[in-house]
Design a protein around this ligand. Sequence first.
Ligand code: SF4
Ligand code: SF4
Ligand code: FES
Length: 548
Amino acid sequence: MAKVTIDGRTVDVAPGTNLVDAALEVGVQIPHYCYHPRLSIVGQCRMCLVKIEGMGKLQTACSTQVMKDGMVVYVDHPEVKAGQEGVMEFLLINHPLDCPICDQAGECGLQDYSFKHGQSFSRFNYEDKRTYPEKERIPLGPTVLLNMNRCIQCTRCIRFTHEISKTSELSFFERGAATEIGVFPGKPLDNELSTCVVDICPVGALTSTEFRFAERVWYLDKKPSLCTGCDVGCNITLEHRKGAIKRYKPRFNPDVNDYWMCDFGRGTHQRYRTLPRLAAPRLRKAGQVSMVSWKDGIDALFSKLRVRGDGHAAILGSGFLTTEEAYLWNLVGAQLATPHRAVSVDSGPLRTIPNPQGGITGRDAAPNRRGAELAGLTPGNEGFDAEDLLVGDAASKCSLLIVADSDFGKAAHDPKVIERLRQAKYLVVLGWADTPLAEAADLALPLTTHAERDGTFVNSEQRIQRFQRAFPASGEARPAVDVLAELLARFGVKAGNDAASVFDAMAQAIPALAGLTWRGLPATGASLAKAAPPAGGDASAPASGLTT
Ligand code: SF4
Ligand code: SF4
Ligand code: FES
């Protein structure tokens, strides 16, 4: 380790640590634009100037490494302050006074540092600023627009495409004051991670076609959550205004998605707008479907569970259930003594997100197949699996079929599959979406979306991660754990009615989760990779291990 003293505070850092990172260790923020912890160092913007004892001129902190004991650095220093003001003055010479109409306003590095490190005047009182005529709205690709007038030429976006996405679409073109960002002819910015350049652009030069002008950022409420697009389990910040989701942004987790997420995942919240919402419990009686109260809905379900007549009872779950919901469904399955407990998950395109461990790949088109299986939703001896129900004729042998997610995958929207599931004597469908499958049900119960509930998902690398409710449920929708706790109570089974208590009970029952608690689960999740092997789908008990 090497000792460095920054503004009077001494810290040991690994040799080679740059001064921006070393300063953070002692709580000192050195302003920077071009530096990004995952990109190469270019020393392009000069914003990170610091004074180092023994060196005549101010130095850039991002390109200065601590190599041995004894370096003394000043950030809070009059020379540094004058240097920062000078850099800000230069950066703003040509920058348009666009803030009132700029989509970055409120989260702009130029605004923030102008207040913190700039000055209230400029000595460059030119009438004509250098502009890039007709380059205010250049589509770089399907998801990103460039306003060249706002670019401070930090090269973060260029380096991202060279070093992270490794697609190299972006580059500088022209020279000197005419230098501009652009793409090569016929090669638009169109890779799986392309919107990440919008996240790392410190100013309003790059904006996302999906989000631009959708909302002023200061109106957004932000909650930590997880993407449901696949089983990578990217950590996201869910940003909404009064329950309307406006955007997903990647949330730093070095063990999963690092600073990044894919473009597909960013758009997955659109589904909550494109599909109609199941508004209230619906019951079919004598061929007539009508809205009923929750009490009547649960009464109807309980009476069918208790007296189901001849034929099998089956539960079909999905990879969108939380681990806690799957666990409670498994308890319901145990009350029915049925081996027919299955999870349907579509295979997705492979999605790989770079991280310091070499990247993480998702294979499912849902976030939690592993969690649902871990919680016990796997067929027991001679139990029906998802294929038996969706492709085979197993549903026609069921006196009761419960589909725990009305939007479980592509098959949920396939009329032929719906017809097959409808062969069950009594079909119950639960979920947030009012799909044709929910319309076909004898009983349909409205549940919350993942933005309206708490829970955990287990990702493709067996990491269990927690996500939080971002806003209250709309209409009569209820979280599945609440509904299932009420149902189980009718069987005399005591189960918690919130994700936290169900998780803690589950951790006691499933060896792979031993020692974990809801409150104690680390913010970056916990790896279950060294857990015991699967128990093999016992019909009465939760599974004790994991499948890959
Ligand atoms: S577009 Fe943004 S990220 Fe790219 S060089 Fe300009 S300021 Fe930097
Ligand atoms: S890789 Fe998967 S989890 Fe990550 S953002 Fe994309 S779809 Fe979402
Ligand atoms: S952050 Fe150091 S020069 Fe840009």
